[in-house]
Write a protein of this length. Sequence first.
Length: 260
Amino acid sequence: MNVSCPDDVVARLATAERVTAFTGAGISAESGVPTFRGPDGIWGKFKPEELANMSAFLRNPALVWEWYAHRKKIIADVQPNAGHYALVRMERLYPKFAVITQNVDNLHRRAGSTVVHELHGNIERNYCVACGEPYTNQDVLARPGVPRCRCGGTIRPDVVWFGELLPEEEWDLSVRAAESADVFLSIGTSAVVYPAAALPSLAKRHGAFLIEVNPEPTPMTEHADLFLQGPSGQVLPLLVDALEKFRLRAGDSAELSRER
């Protein structure tokens, strides 16, 4: 695959100090993470909106937990892909680098990214709705039925449900990462679900060079400074290769200048 990234853009990326990557469902789909909106056995009868909300949880926690146990087991079996690992490589190139993700699958951390702002939570975590005590998937999935906390409260997945606000700290950190970015990459997301969708525009208003990586154009494409078309698992490794080669050439040139 040939990614057309102009030399001046590679130079701009290579000399940036603060880079932020914003990821959506597209990067996870390349790992085989299902959207859970299509036919899926007994769950094909339900829409996510009917299960992923507090009203459904209070009304029928057993049903919601059965669905989430199903989801957790599926996600546990998938692995990070080349796009995730390319972002890990990219993190090593910059003094300030952050991933903002709308995904709950924890694949960025599993790949090795260290600065990850999770706007919609993490399906590998859980907590008690009464006292807030955290629980791992191993804790809750080993228990039959609806998992209960030591305090007697009901445990729920640590994900943002429909009708809930984004976690305040993660949102604040994401806004700061967007506002301070020299380069902002929007990867595998159409950026139409707010408030997260506001982040690319926010970054651009604060001076960031906006790059979109997607297999197909999206509503954001016309606003991007550069559109790299293709799956992130193919585009991002090639982009990082170009950055590393540029830096290596720049380093060799600097060394020759010192010798002279």
